[in-house]
Design a protein around this ligand. Structure first.
Ligand code: 13P
Length: 252
């Protein structure tokens, strides 16, 4: 981490905790938020409990993110949810381009860019995800793939943007990029941002995601270009998410 940027720990609940359990988890995190005053905490519950979780954490420093949205304000788009609807539900953030969206729901660099633009236009802060597959890593294409993914939305970024580097092979697999592997990609993204627009790299927070747990968080967060974590499985439990947040507070 680097003192120039506030650490950010975000919990992506994926398709878990969509009922009362989710609201209880949000409530359990309020106490943890008080212990980590120098860490920005974001949770991304499923759509069904966004408003209830927002209500539960009201008055705390925890912010609410959605995991996806449809980039039109309203209309005949059965089953979809818009950015203004997310705002009405209490969201201030939204995850965009998660690898599961790219892999299972046909999202491309182009649709990711569309969502980044629509999120910013609606006043939501996007957490934009990038990352290579195992095959891409093994064939030496990691930096080229991530560079291409970032290029798709780099023009749209504001100076308080958040990018999450999540190697696809590390998500939910228990395999984490080692601190050196993560740092190499984070540094490359930051250099790309700075090359694009002077200062953009200094202000953009780059989170690492992919099997971040209580026992590996500190080593990853200690990397100078890792500004926080996007946590999946370990964010579903207040104790483990709390331990990751505390690791960030210790380094902040
Ligand atoms: P895991 O932490 O379960 O690997 O999930 C990472 C992730 O996809 C967060 O968005």
């Amino acid at each position: 981490m680097n003192n120039a940027r506030n650490p950010l720990i975000a919990g992506n609940w994926q398709m878990y905790k969509g009922g009362l359990q989710g609201v209880e988890l949000a409530g359990a995190l309020v106490g943890i938020a008080r212990e980590v005053p120098n860490v920005d905490l974001v949770i991304a519950p499923p759509f069904t409990v966004l408003a209830a979780c927002a209500h539960e954490v009201e008055g705390s420093s925890i912010a609410i993110a959605a995991q996806n949205f449809y980039p039109k304000n309203e209309g005949a788009f059965t089953g979809e949810v818009s950015a203004p609807m997310l705002k009405d539900s209490g969201c201030t953030w939204v995850i965009v381009g998660h690898s599961e969206r790219r892999q299972y729901f046909g999202e491309t660099d182009a649709t990711v860019a569309e969502r980044v633009q629509a999120a910013i236009a609606a006043g939501l802060e996007p957490i934009v995800c990038v990352g290579e597959t195992l095959a891409e890593r093994e064939s030496g294409q990691t930096l080229a793939v991530v560079n291409r993914q970032v290029s798709a939305f780099i023009n749209l970024l504001t100076h308080h943007a958040v990018i999450a580097y999540e190697p696809v092979w590390a998500i939910g697999t228990g395999k984490t990029a080692g601190p050196n592997e993560a740092e190499e990609v984070h540094a490359a993204i930051r250099a790309q941002l700075d090359k694009h627009r002077s200062g953009l790299g200094t202000t953009t927070r780059i989170l690492y995601g992919g099997s971040v747990k209580a026992d590996n968080a500190a080593a990853l967060l200690a990397c100078p270009n890792v500004d926080g974590a996007l946590v999946g499985g370990a964010s579903l439990d207040a104790n483990t998410f709390g331990a990751i947040a505390r690791a960030a507070q210790t380094l902040a």
